[in-house]
Design a binder for this molecule. Sequence first.
Ligand code: FAD
Length: 323
Amino acid sequence: MVTMTNLEEKFAEAMKTIARRADLKTYVEQTPAIYQLLQRAAAKYVTGEKRQDGLEAGRQLADKGYAISLEYIGENTTDVQACEAAVLELSLLIHALAERGIPARVSFDLSHIGLSLDSDLAFKNLTALAALARQAGIELFVSMEESAKTDAILTIYKRAAAAYENIGITLQAQLNRTALDLTSLQPIPGRVRIVKGAYQEPEQLAMPRSSALNEKYVQLVEQAIHLGHRVSIATHDESIVDEIIKRGWIHEPGAEFELLYGIRPDLSSQLKKAGYPVRIYVTYGHEWYLYLCHRIAEYPPNLFQAIVDITGAGKADPMLDYE
Ligand code: FAD
């Protein structure tokens, strides 16, 4: 018999597979009617397609007392021109943040800036952005992608972070290798963000969502703190949040909670009101297809929300839910 939990797991797997289907993505992008409908659903999690949309949302959240991360969404750039365009956009974002005095961190995938083409290109682009960001007093953050890229991402990160202390790295608790990866980062002072992991991974490499994964997540936070890293606890899982507060780790130097824009704004508001440092991860850009699929996969009831947003007259405005 298929139980609800079982069905939800299968649904999550299916959504993650849909997320990776380049043909479906192209179909959506090239069919204006469908693109516009799905864009309404994406508006729950993505502030808009333009830099100005991300900056405006960042400014509003900063005014409400949140710290900010900003991501210009995109990944797996497969030609040099698109890669240069992404680097230019990230440079302009860094300039704009500095100019407007918005205290934000800039996050991105290395495959957006060259990893899918050539490791050296990704390294060159990462260090160029890090130099620019350092001048502007801004921290950069490297996201973590599928396990097939973990080695390459960590190698580039370690090389770059040895020279630029303003770059942090994301690690996925779901991967069996992560405790060892964290140990290997010991000489590097950069900030570490712990996430559960958004990608569908082979069984032999990763753990599924479970209480065992939550325990492992908490252990990784402890390990990162012991190794002297400033840690971003990037989750919407209240049981983990409660455990981190109970153990007092949120008071460690540089520790913070970090949540995605549009997801559990009630939890973000509650944590901020209680006086804990809370950062909101804000995204913008036109590459929102994969991002939307992941957000639905993580929490299947979001599909109901997506249908309400698609058929509803007004645009979803998650900003109103942040207190
Ligand atoms: P889950 O077990 O997925 O969810 C726990 C509970 O949180 C759910 O029961 C639900 O109540 C709530 N929740 C979770 N997701 C949603 C949602 N979409 N909508 C509504 N409620 C939800 N992943 C990567 O692989 N690489 C990265 O670089 C990366 N960067 C991230 C950066 C930040 C700041 C954050 C917050 C996440 C990032 N992720 C990244 C995504 C992450 O790996 C998870 O997929 C995502 O955070 C959901 O996991 P969770 O810890 O909230 O726990």
